[in-house]
Design a protein around this ligand. Structure first.
Ligand code: NAP
Length: 265
């Protein structure tokens, strides 16, 4: 397998922390460039997308476990391409890479910005989102993933539309409806979905990216209120938003200043 130079040392092995469209794009690019890399999934879904890289599934066991794993696998570079809301994994990666002296780069999507016609209410977290819902029964598209659905169901009397990858949440028929689908989604289909279920409010995370933005475009078109959960904070780390920039970083073709210039986007 060919070696490429990065920061003056040969790349032996890249760890890609995955679970996003961008991580899959990076995996394809690394495989095409014949760069030795391992792809890592948390193992949240029953049928994760197959990757063109050797793939491992499951947690590492916190910061300590990740430090051990990086050393055992002789990982020389880590690319954190997890979802912007996967804060625990990202914090662990920052700590483990600092401890082991492993170069770390985040591949993250720019956050969505409000456009004319948007009726967004920004909230800090899930608790804030639940509090922002109206008192009167409403029909909510709860687009936040399966992990945080229970508190909304337990503490409110709204009707909920859920869109999930796996049928893993029990939802009584009178409390809502589950659509099984995997993105990317498009505006026309999401507009039809919101109309068909007479949705009044959308609750979403500010994930960024194009495939998940369709629901916000649809809400804008229909004039619906959107309760948008802001991204969790993650310790400072070099960050880029395009796969090409990761390849340049791995090749040592840009310096730290270029990575810093993209931080926080
Ligand atoms: P999280 O809360 O940040 O992570 C919890 C724990 O799961 C981590 O401490 C780690 O366990 C393990 N983990 C997370 N990502 C991993 C990865 N790529 N490889 C190996 N272990 C991983 O993460 P989350 O929010 O549950 O998200 C889990 C996965 O789903 C991530 O890969 C993320 O990219 C993807 N995803 C998340 C969201 C979201 O909204 N959160 C949306 C779409 C996709 P250990 O401490 O044992 O190492």
């Amino acid at each position: 397998m060919p070696m490429i130079e990065s920061h003056g040392s040969a790349i032996a092995r890249v760890l890609v922390l995955g679970g996003t469209t961008e991580a899959s794009q990076l995996a394809a690019a690394l495989a095409a460039a014949q760069i030795d890399a391992i792809f890592s999934y948390a193992g949240r879904t029953d049928s994760p997308l197959a990757q063109p890289l050797p793939t491992r599934v499951g947690g590492f066991g916190g910061v300590e476990g990740l430090c051990t794993w990086l050393a055992q696998q002789r990982i020389t570079h880590v690319v954190d391409a997890t979802h912007p809301f996967a804060a625990q994994m990202s914090c662990n990666a920052v700590a483990a890479c600092a401890t082991t002296g492993t170069p770390l780069l985040a591949l993250e999507r720019p956050a969505w910005q409000a456009q004319p016609g948007d009726r967004w209410q920004l909230v800090l977290d899930m608790v804030g989102a639940a509090r922002a819902l109206p008192e009167a029964p409403a029909r909510i598209f709860l687009a936040i993933g399966r992990q945080h659905v229970a508190p909304f169901l337990d503490s409110t009397n709204h009707w909920f539309l859920l869109r999930l990858v796996d049928a893993c949440v029990a939802l009584p028929a009178q409390r809502g409806h589950i659509v099984l689908a995997r993105g990317p989604f498009n505006e026309a289909a999401d507009t039809a979905l919101l109309r068909a279920h007479r949705i009044t409010h959308v609750v979403a995370k500010n994930s960024g990216g194009s495939g998940a933005e369709a629901k916000l475009r649809a809400a804008r078109a229909l004039g619906l209120r959107v309760i948008l959960i802001q991204r969790p904070s993650i310790p400072p780390r070099p960050s880029v938003s395009h796969v090409d920039a990761v390849l340049r970083w791995l090749a040592g073709a840009h310096d730290d200043a270029a990575a810093n210039a993209e931080r926080g986007v």
